[in-house]
Design a protein around this ligand. Structure first.
Ligand SMILES: NC(=O)c1ccc[n+]([C@@H]2O[C@H](COP(=O)([O-])OP(=O)(O)OC[C@H]3O[C@@H](n4cnc5c(N)ncnc54)[C@H](OP(=O)(O)O)[C@@H]3O)[C@@H](O)[C@H]2O)c1
Length: 492
């Protein structure tokens, strides 16, 4: 559903990243800008939030273009850092007038239509500095701490009208605002951050988008808390079956990829994901933008030992540890497919087995250091117990994959790591398109599958994978779950 979203100060920095994230998700996004030009592709209205008249005018322009504002992100803010004794009264009041009173102005104006509509989402951008304080930033910290009291009061006042008000308090983020800090100060700040780095504006954007979504019908406690307050009191844990899990997903090439469905469903079920890409991360990065939340993409050729050796460190940097790994990789050279079984040279067979089967072991071993608390590895096969038309050497490669999965289950069980496969029916993904005569193979499903089967729908297979990644199969390993409409159980 496309909503009317307004981001103040959305022409650069964190505000722009937030605005782009909403626009990519299909919302109608307007941004305010005080100086310069509006960003390309977004509807910009000029507005200084220290001026009530300008705020009024900006809202009228947005309403005429997109309708009443349903989601307001009060992001515009300034700093004027100096030590207390040097801080003039104007230094203090001007920062408060922008960051706190300016937020009051825009929220007040937006709330009128939200109250009429009996729904709305408001997110205020505060700062960790408002919670911890910082020398030289008494004005800024006071304004940002003020936002917390402001939001808590509004949450109580507007909650009964189905309007949520939340505060996101980012740590230090790489933008123009922090670019002015000296190298020495930057080093000091980074030394105090457990991740050892500044955040990127995109990372703030995903949190803001979550709090503005239907899933965000909550009053948030802290950015990193897994427990959240719902309504006016009870504490609960979110209900997604992958809530809190960290999952690596390989093989996301197109929107039609099974891996895309896995990544999408996993995020919807509460997981944080990281993607690997081969051959070009840029392609996967483009498709990954269509996922509900941003996901980091790492380059990984599963036949390249250097890539495998470096994987754990890179994943650790972005996610910490892993609870799940999805192997959605298969490849055979053209001369190993399409009716050439008797003439395929060993080199092509070797490639098919290396990329499609041995890689399950390679990937599992590469991720092992990140799975100290156990986890779930899930791969995708195509029933290798029988011979198929056209499938040729992918058949033995999948048989090898199925055996590899059982041996991994045997050897990794002690570490509480499960290894299972989903045996999916035919899906017209990129991999399938490269199988000459794919339609002949898929035809069996039109005539024999007990449940109707849609070759263009990768979601059922994705759901099977997500279920196996979850804690709902705690004692299942070495298994092959058929998500094939039931065809495997039916004779001619
Ligand atoms: N960067 C960080 O480390 C960090 C950390 C925590 C919180 N924050 C908060 O995140 C928000 C965005 O910061 P940022 O790092 O993205 O800063 P930024 O790159 O400096 O952008 C600030 C934005 O606020 C706008 N703005 C400032 N005064 C305004 C006014 N009077 N009326 C209308 N717009 C005004 C600016 O518009 P112009 O381009 O026209 O000047 C710009 O769009 C701020 O509230 C900041 O306090 C930042």
């Amino acid at each position: 559903m496309s909503r009317s979203v307004l981001v103040t100060g959305g022409n650069r920095g964190i505000g722009l990243a937030i605005a782009r994230a909403f626009a990519e998700a299909g919302d109608k996004v307007a941004v305010t800008y005080r100086s310069g030009e509006p960003p390309e592709g977004l509807f910009g209205v000029r507005c200084d939030i220290t001026d009530t008249e300008q705020v009024e005018r900006a809202f009228k322009e947005v309403e005429a273009e997109h309708g009443p504002v349903e989601v307001l992100i009060a992001n515009a803010g300034v700093t004027k850092d100096t030590l207390l004794l040097r801080m003039s009264e104007e230094d203090f009041t001007s920062v408060v007038d922008t960051n706190l009173t300016g937020t009051f102005r825009v929220v007040k104006r937006a709330s009128k239509a939200m109250m009429r509509a009996r729904k709305g989402r408001v997110v205020l951008i505060s700062s960790v500095v408002g919670l911890t304080g910082s020398p030289g930033q008494a004005n800024y910290a006071a304004s940002k701490a003020g936002l917390v009291g402001f939001a808590r009061s509004l949450a109580r006042e507007l909650g009964p009208r189905n309007i949520t008000v939340n505060v996101v308090a980012p740590g230090f983020v790489d933008t123009d605002m922090t670019a002015v800090l000296s190298d020495e100060r930057r080093a000091e700040i980074v030394a105090g951050v457990p991740l050892g780095r500044y955040a990127a504006p995109d990372e703030i954007a995903s949190t803001v988008r979550f709090l503005s979504s239907d899933d965000g019908r909550i009053h948030h406690r802290s950015r990193h808390s897994r427990r959240r307050r719902i309504g006016h009191g009870s504490l609960t844990i979110m209900s997604g079956i992958l809530e809190g899990k960290r999952i690596l997903v390989t093989g996301l090439l197109m929107e039609s990829s099974i891996a895309f469905q896995v990544a999408k469903l996993a995020q919807e079920q509460g997981a944080e994901i990281i993607l690997t890409a081969f051959p070009r991360p840029s392609l996967t990065e483009r498709i990954a933008k269509k996922l509900p939340k941003p996901a980091k993409v790492l380059e990984l050729d599963v036949t390249n030992q250097e890539h495998l050796d470096g994987l754990a460190e890179q994943v650790r940097e972005h996610l910490g540890s892993l609870d799940g790994v999805v192997h959605s990789i298969g490849f055979a050279p053209q001369d190993a497919l399409g009716g050439n079984f008797l003439n395929t040279p060993w080199e092509s067979v070797a490639t098919a087995v290396h990329v499609s089967a041995f890689s399950l072991k390679s990937l599992a071993m590469a991720c092992l250091p990140l799975m100290e608390d156990g986890g779930s590895i899930v791969g995708l096969t195509f029933d290798a117990t029988i011979a198929w038309q056209q499938y040729d050497w992918m058949g033995p490669a999948k048989a090898a994959l199925e055996a590899t999965s059982r041996y991994l289950a045997r050897d990794l069980g002690k570490q509480n790591i499960r290894c299972n496969l989903v045996s999916a029916g035919p899906i017209k993904s990129m991999a399938a398109k490269s199988i000459p005569g794919f339609d002949v193979l898929a035809d069996a499903w039109n005539t024999r599958s007990p449940l109707s089967w849609e070759v263009t729908d990768p979601e059922p297979a994705g759901r099977g994978v997500v279920a196996l990644l979850s804690d709902w199969f705690p004692k299942t390993t070495g298994e092959i779950v058929h998500v094939d409409g039931g065809l495997h159980a039916i004779g001619a």
